[in-house]
Design a protein around this ligand. Structure first.
Ligand SMILES: NC(=O)c1ccc[n+]([C@@H]2O[C@H](COP(=O)([O-])OP(=O)(O)OC[C@H]3O[C@@H](n4cnc5c(N)ncnc54)[C@H](O)[C@@H]3O)[C@@H](O)[C@H]2O)c1
Length: 248
């Protein structure tokens, strides 16, 4: 496959390595300094584009990919307010786009099992649930998009919960009190830690912890390359969930 990389920052560079390991060819690499090379003509040389750029550039990049009729994988976050418009454009004009806030295989397995677990826990109402997420201190937004998806999975599955609330807290701080129908997402920011998401079901008798720890960014990059392979020959608007399609 010939791949155009739109965004050649931390993620773009790892995607390049993994794509080459999987015998693909990078035909275009776009970053801030050579943004003028991002033309319809250059995009047409690729079988697929992968965008890990910035919220400020992603919508223009998608529009150019649609114009060039090149399928596009979008890992960039922060544009989901425009999702419906892009979906309509994609479907009305026969274009192809796959997006996801987290392309990691492990995290998508986690999302799925989290939903199954939430449904199961309806049988055991004496457990309460909370989500904890830990990231490095450079991550300024809280909660993480991944924690939001986890909490929404719990709200979908668990009859007693109808919304999530977030608290950015310090290590060792006393537990926050939330309403019974709320899922608390507790966000911690600590120097030099890997991103961690934990779902905790707690009762007076015991606790059940379900945890994902990212060791590096390779999982996101591999998932994006798998998505680029998966959309070949497909038309339409997809999310990363369609690619994983867990059936258990
Ligand atoms: N979906 C996922 O699994 C996942 C995982 C990690 C990061 N992300 C998201 O991916 C995005 C990029 O993350 P990063 O860590 O690589 O950021 P980064 O800041 O390291 O890289 C962004 C790159 O975009 C480039 N850029 C600027 N203007 C551009 C333009 N007009 N066209 C194309 N590229 C342009 C910058 O030069 C830079 O190289 C962020 O939105 C981040 O939240 C998503």
């Amino acid at each position: 496959m010939k791949i155009a990389l739109l965004g050649y920052g931390k993620m773009g560079k790892i995607i390049e390595q993994i794509a080459i390991e999987r015998k693909h060819e990078i035909v275009l690499k776009i970053e801030l300094t050579n943004a003028a090379d991002l033309t319809v003509e250059n995009l047409k040389k690729a079988d697929v584009a992968i965008d890990f750029s910035t919220p400020a550039t992603v919508l223009d990049n998608i529009a150019l990919c649609f114009e060039a009729k090149v399928p596009v994988i979008v890992g960039t976050t922060g544009w989901y307010g425009h999702l419906q418009r892009i979906k309509d454009e994609c479907e009305n004009n026969g274009r192809t786009l796959l997006y996801g806030s987290n392309f990691s295989v492990g995290v998508n397995v986690f999302f799925h099992v989290n939903k199954v677990l939430a449904k199961l826990m309806n049988n055991y109402p004496y457990y309460d649930v909370q989500v904890e997420e830990i990231h490095h201190t450079q991550k300024l937004d809280a909660p993480s998009g991944t924690a939001i998806t986890i909490a929404e999975g719990i709200v979908d599955g668990l009859d007693t919960k109808n919304e999530w609330v977030n608290v950015l807290t310090a290590e060792g701080a006393p537990a926050e009190v939330v309403k019974p129908e709320q899922v608390l997402i507790e966000s911690l920011r600590i120097e030099n830690v890997p991103g961690t998401h934990t779902v905790v079901y707690d009762s007076e008798i015991d606790s059940i912890e379900f945890k994902h720890t990212a060791h590096n960014r390779n999982g996101f990059a591999l998932g994006a390359v798998l998505a680029a392979e998966w959309v070949q020959g497909k038309k339409g608007f997809y999310s990363v969930k369609d690619m994983f399609n867990f059936s258990l």
